[in-house]
Design a protein around this ligand. Structure first.
Ligand SMILES: Cc1cc2nc3c(=O)[nH]c(=O)nc-3n(C[C@H](O)[C@H](O)[C@H](O)COP(=O)(O)O)c2cc1C
Length: 314
């Protein structure tokens, strides 16, 4: 039976987004073409399959220009990229680059496979099996040789983007160069920006979801449930902004804030802020960005003065 009717019922974009909630590493899969030239592409479908025997898998789009090379070859290498190899990832994911290997450091490994210099790890495999699955071919490899040379953090792909922002901010925090005041300021600015966008782009469904969240916050007696629901308030405002890039920035700042401030004064629940949230929502429904932003600033002012008071006590 044709799967067309099934696929038309299926929201492909929502499916991709849901898949993107699973963070992965990034690898370049390489082999040698029939003409002896190295072939490679960026891949995040790599997975371990078996320890004994050592098997791994990855999937290749049927539309890939490299399909013939990988179907014809008896071997391939998986090069796991480090955080500082983002440019290589982009290079090997581009259909526009004529020679992906030009200027790229590599050495021949098992059966002459191109092993990319500077990778965190590489797995040189003999092809174990190959199965066509939907619009991809699933390749299984039997690991003949592996290297795990560099101890650098791996490049991480999450929600359709590299997690460079989180990593850069984490490094800043780890090196003690991140002041809680700066983080707070960044969060305030990003949230005000998102709020303005939410006034412009938010739908009635978005606003209804925010209203349900506020009622939920008001319904909780215990501080920790309230705090969790308050984080959700910002997430819903962010969603109402309908800007995926800013969603990522805002999520990162919230995650980081929780990570950096373990005692997390700014994420604790404050019943006195409940009316402020309702006022923000009213302005959003009125599409009055200035008034909404003024309330949001007020919200952050109160948080800031509380944090200052706590810091003074400490
Ligand atoms: C992070 C990331 C992960 C990717 N993962 C895969 C994958 O698992 N399988 C695949 O076929 N393409 C994947 N791609 C897309 C290919 O890298 C891209 O289509 C590339 O142009 C293929 O090159 P080719 O057509 O020369 O083979 C990924 C791209 C990126 C940026």
């Amino acid at each position: 039976m044709s799967s067309l009717s099934e696929t038309s019922l299926f929201d492909a974009r929502a499916f991709r987004n849901a898949l993107g909630s699973f963070p992965t590493g990034v690898a370049i899969i390489t082999t040698t073409g029939a003409d002896g030239r190295p072939v490679g592409l960026t891949c995040n479908s790599f997975s371990s399959v078996s320890l004994d025997p050592p098997l791994v898998s990855w999937g290749l789009r049927l539309a890939s220009k490299s399909l013939d090379a990988f179907r014809q070859t008896g071997a391939f290498a998986i090069n796991i990229l480090a955080e500082d190899q983002k440019e290589l990832s982009a290079r090997f994911a581009s259909g526009a680059v004529a020679d992906k290997f030009e200027g790229v450091g590599w050495h021949p490994g098992h059966r002459g496979l191109p092993v990319i210099e500077g990778s965190v790890a590489s797995f040189e495999c003999d092809k174990f099996a190959e199965h066509e699955a939907g619009d991809h071919v699933l390749f299984l490899g039997h690991v003949a040789r592996f290297e795990h040379g560099r101890q650098e953090p791996s490049l991480v792909f999450y929600k359709g983007a590299y997690m460079m922002l989180t990593q850069s901010l984490r490094e800043l925090a780890a090196s003690g160069r991140m002041e809680s005041g700066h983080l707070d300021q960044a969060r305030r600015l990003v949230n005000c920006m998102l709020l303005r966008l939410a006034c412009e782009n938010g739908t009635e469904e978005d606003f209804d979801a925010i209203e349900r969240n506020i009622s939920e916050i008001e319904g909780y007696d215990d501080a920790s449930s309230r705090a969790e629901a308050s984080v959700e308030f910002f997430r819903l405002v962010t969603r109402a902004a309908h800007n995926d890039v800013l969603v990522l920035v805002a999520d990162t700042l919230t995650t980081l804030l929780r990570h950096v401030l373990q005692s997390d004064a700014t994420l604790r629940s404050r019943p006195e802020l409940v009316p402020v949230r309702r006022k923000i929502l009213t302005h959003m429904r009125e599409r009055d960005a200035d008034a909404a932003e003024a309330e949001m600033s007020h919200y952050f002012d109160r948080l800031r003065s509380e944090v200052r008071a706590l810091e003074a006590q400490a």
